[in-house]
Write a protein that binds this ligand. Structure first.
Ligand code: NAD
Length: 491
């Protein structure tokens, strides 16, 4: 049975469905970047609030800015923007829910003005983003907005037909300003330290290039709450679609799979109102930075470590990596000995319990979380997830062998071949430059660590780190990942 409004009351009783009237919902939120994560996180919290009798003013209109979003627009429009959330428990239990909080989707390349007008409409009070870590167009080292990106130059020349998120947001905010409407809140839900600050400085930098008065209006009126977002959401594949059809007689073109765990800590800074998400478990706070730091440095950095070391060793999924004691020991030591001592206190969080939960989440065999997904875009992930930890370890004279091993495994992964000789693509906007930096072993260490936009300057100027990195490269190249990990355990 095809999933849509008319079949909701015929679905298997094991699948929960929206109990609210979707026809009366209004779009208080526009979300840009409707991938797997948004549909497993913000859209789910918003759905749960509607299930609990929350206000009809807060449904979501999805927007896709990239060619790659065309498929999502087509699939969702064929099923009245409904989709199935499949929570895969480690104990083999599955919880299935049809999510109804997204009620429209606009594909921006084909309806630019409709997107700008939607963003400018008085009903819209929040614009949320999951545009990936690299989507903010900011140099990780200097924090500067890349003003010379061709799409940015295009948007400055063509403000009514933008391509980038900054072009859309500033044109819509400019129309709101001209119409004497209040602005919307810009809410980043990407995995970035201080994601609200990053979104704010990027948008202000763009707006300043366009019109200084608009920039100062945004500066004064728009709020950019930071958040810590968490729910592991691997990519959907055909097996999930086929399984839904075979076991539940449910045809869904793009279900979402995720783990049962989810968390959202959000700064309570909304210039134009917000849903009562606290009623469904969102934790509002004045200072989200310690939570973000904890999550990014423990969860995301461990993901990157598992990804490059595991991929080189021949593994393809996180649970395979975690089932190997050599890896789980390494990840545990990295979290306990490298990250925890420099994290500081995080009020309300029991760090040992948090780390134990992470180990269990990484090990969930049902998830099938692909290392390839975690390997993508290292040039924007490593600087945010790992480099700050390494810089502190260097500055405090702490042991460097584990973090050097992780960075060395990224460098070797960038050569495009695992230890069995299997080739892989390097999926990264900086792929050409990264590949060239790791091509010549004789020069690899200074050339790779010398990329100051990725590593800053601390790593390249530390002889201790250079030595640890070089030694890790030698171990991995000569004896392989397993022996490399073993040598750390024996040390
Ligand atoms: P996805 O590939 O399913 O979707 C990515 C979306 O981002 C797409 O709609 C794409 O068009 C859009 N996008 C990418 N670059 C863009 C750009 N420059 N401008 C505008 N839009 C752009 O990925 P996902 O799993 O939904 O993850 C998206 C982001 O969510 C991650 O990068 C991360 O910051 C955050 N996140 C993901 C997870 C997870 O487990 N998947 C967990 C926590 C946070």
């Amino acid at each position: 049975m095809k999933l849509n409004n008319s079949t909701l009351d015929q679905l298997s009783p094991e699948v929960s469905v929206p109990a609210y009237d979707r026809s009366i919902l209004r779009h208080g939120i526009v979300h840009i970047g409707v991938g797997g994560f948004h549909r497993a996180h913000e859209a789910v919290y918003t759905h749960q609030l509607l299930q609990a009798g929350g206000s009809a003013d807060w449904s979501i209109c999805g927007v896709g800015l990239r060619e790659g979003d065309r498929a999502m627009q087509q699939v969702l429009s064929q099923q009245d923007h409904l989709y199935t959330l499949i929570e895969l428990g480690a104990d083999n239990t599955n919880v299935l829910s049809v999510i109804g909080s997204i009620t429209d989707f606009l594909f921006a390349p084909e309806e630019q003005d409709a997107v700008i007008e939607k963003l400018a409409s008085p009903q819209v009070k929040i614009v949320s983003l999951t545009i990936t870590e690299g989507g903010y167009n900011v140099d990780d080292n200097t924090g500067r907005f890349n003003e010379s990106h061709p799409d940015i130059l295009y948007d400055l020349e063509n403000p009514q037909q933008p391509r980038t998120v900054f072009g859309y947001l500033s044109e819509a905010l400019d129309r709101r300003r001209a119409r004497n409407l209040p602005p919307f809140t810009v809410m980043s839900c990407d995995n970035l330290p201080e994601n609200g600050h990053v979104a704010r400085s990027a948008l202000l930098a763009f707006a300043n290039l366009r019109n200084a008065e608009l920039a100062s209006w945004i500066d004064a009126k728009v709020s950019f709450p930071s958040s810590m977002v968490d729910r592991i959401t691997p990519g959907t594949n055909d097996k999930h679609r086929q399984w839904l059809t075979a076991d539940y007689d449910l045809e869904d073109g793009w279900p979402v799979i995720c783990e049962p765990f989810y968390q959202w800590v959000l700064e309570d800074d909304f210039c134009n109102g917000r849903p009562e998400w606290e009623k469904v478990g969102v934790q509002f706070t004045d200072n989200v930075a310690p939570y973000e730091r904890m999550k990014i440095r423990l969860l995301n950095a461990s993901h990157s470590a598992m990804a490059y070391l595991g991929y080189l060793a021949g593994y393809r999924y996180t649970h395979e990596v975690m089932a190997d004691e050599r890896f789980s020991h390494f990840i545990r030591s990295f979290m306990d000995e490298d990250v925890t001592p420099i994290l500081g206190e995080i009020s309300g969080i029991d760090i040992p319990v948090y780390k134990q939960t992470l180990i269990e989440r990484f090990s969930n065999p049902q998830m099938g979380d692909q290392l390839a997904r975690l390997c993508m875009d290292g040039s924007s992930k490593i600087p945010k997830f790992l480099v700050p930890t390494v810089q502190t370890l260097v500055n405090e004279g702490r042991p460097l062998s584990r973090v050097a091993m992780i960075i060395a495994s990224w460098a070797l992964y960038l050569r495009g071949q695992d230890e069995q000789g299997q080739h892989h693509e390097i999926n990264d906007p900086m792929a050409a430059r990264l590949k060239s930096a790791v091509g010549d072993r004789g020069n690899l260490t200074p050339e790779f660590l010398g990329m100051s936009d990725i590593f800053g300057t601390t790593l390249a100027s530390s002889s201790d780190f250079e030595e640890a990195f070089d030694a890790a490269l030698d171990k991995l190249e000569t004896n392989g990942v397993f022996a490399g990990l073993q040598s750390l355990q024996d040390a």
